[in-house]
Design a protein around this ligand. Structure first.
Ligand code: UT7
Length: 325
């Protein structure tokens, strides 16, 4: 039996675009280096008044409109973010209030770049056990606010944005049929021993500051390709789906070279991999739902397609989810 079903998707990006050439005016870098090493050509950066919660709300509204459902039907909001508006309360509660669906469940999930996969899995589990009938699962970030803009090894890599899906609890009758839409299998992992390879050097309980992103890029890269290829295989092992039956892979958008290397390792054609890193850079928890929305709205991902979502990030955390749209 398949799990919860995606009824609609939406996304939101800040209006301001920052090109590689613009960054090269303030740090010692070049468009050539950034494109060659990462595939990134530009990123969106939040302006005054734009926050993780405002971007999340805009993405949620777009997802509700796409699904054709009213915010009042949402009983659960799970927001994946590492850049909340405030240390507490959860930014999900701000989204809930702005949408006007107060009274249900709303909380944030911190699993950084894998946050959307974690949030999706939590929401699916809660819907399956009857905690709510319909959920908004959102990934939203304003990483521009935790970047060290003098550190060229990190500041060129990230961007701001949000993506959201409306998720509905499985209907036993409908989801029992073969090829029914829904989440087919998910696997999540974490390895806290890798904390120092990708982290923020601040926080309320340690420095009482927000801190900045720090990363040992090459080491993260190596782990990413191995972990992602492994978790994709693990997800497929729990289903009767083979790798060649996957219609689309929607990966976390950290680096085009990671996407290519992972696809190569699994024998997946690059034509089946959704790439948005060139336009959005790495938007952490937002990148998977943003890319999913882009590929649905431009007509690539259609109803009935088998879609693999995957992500890896700080913690380390990583995971993948196979979904029939
Ligand atoms: O979202 C969570 C997951 N995150 C990731 O998956 C990120 C994984 N890592 C990566 O994507 C890549 O490792 C990076 C894009 C971060 C770096 O690419 P790389 O090919 O691994 O470069 P590198 O770190 O080995 O650096 C190569 C050179 C160094 O100079 P030297 O020591 O060879 O003289 C760096 O100092 O490039 C230099 N460099 C830069 N040069 C121009 C580093 N950053 C820049 C820059 N512009 N922005």
């Amino acid at each position: 039996m398949s799990g919860s079903r995606i009824l609609g998707t939406g996304s939101a990006l800040p209006a301001r675009i920052v090109t590689n050439a613009e960054l090269a005016e303030t740090v010692e870098t070049s468009d050539e280096w950034i494109v060659e090493r990462t595939g990134i050509r530009q990123r969106h950066v939040a302006g005054e008044g734009e926050t993780t919660a405002t971007l999340a709300t805009a993405a949620a509204r777009a997802a509700l409109a796409d699904a054709g459902v009213d915010a009042s039907s949402i009983g659960l909001i799970v927001l994946a973010t590492a850049t909340p508006d405030n240390t507490f309360p959860a930014s999900a509660t701000k989204v809930q209030d702005t949408l006007g669906c107060n009274g249900g469940i709303a909380f944030d999930v911190a699993a950084v770049c894998s946050g959307f996969l974690y949030a999706l899995s939590i929401a699916d589990s809660m819907l399956r056990t009857g905690m709510a009938k319909r959920a908004l699962v959102i990934g939203a970030e304003t990483f521009s606010r935790i970047l060290d803009w003098e550190d060229r090894t990190t500041c060129v890599l990230f961007g701001d944005g949000a993506g959201a899906v409306v998720l509905e609890a499985p209907n036993a009758e409908a989801s029992a049929s073969k090829d029914a839409p829904g989440i087919l299998a998910t696997r999540l992992h974490a390895d806290g021993a890798q904390h120092d390879l990708l982290y923020v050097d601040g926080g309320p309980s340690t420095t009482q500051t927000v801190g900045h992103v720090r990363m040992r890029g090459q080491e993260v890269f190596r782990h990413a390709v191995v972990n992602l290829a492994d978790v994709l295989k693990e997800v497929l092992e729990g289903t009767d789906v083979s790798v060649d039956q996957i219609d689309w892979v929607v990966p976390h958008q950290a680096n085009k070279r990671i996407l290519d290397a992972t696809a190569r390792k699994l024998g997946i054609s690059p034509d089946k991999v959704v790439v948005t890193v060139n336009q959005h850079a790495n938007t952490s928890a937002a990148s998977v739902p943003l890319a999913l929305d882009v590929a649905r709205k431009d007509g690539r991902i259609k109803a009935g397609d088998l879609v693999m979502l995957e992500a890896m990030g700080g913690g380390f955390t990583w995971g993948a989810s196979l979904i029939r749209m």
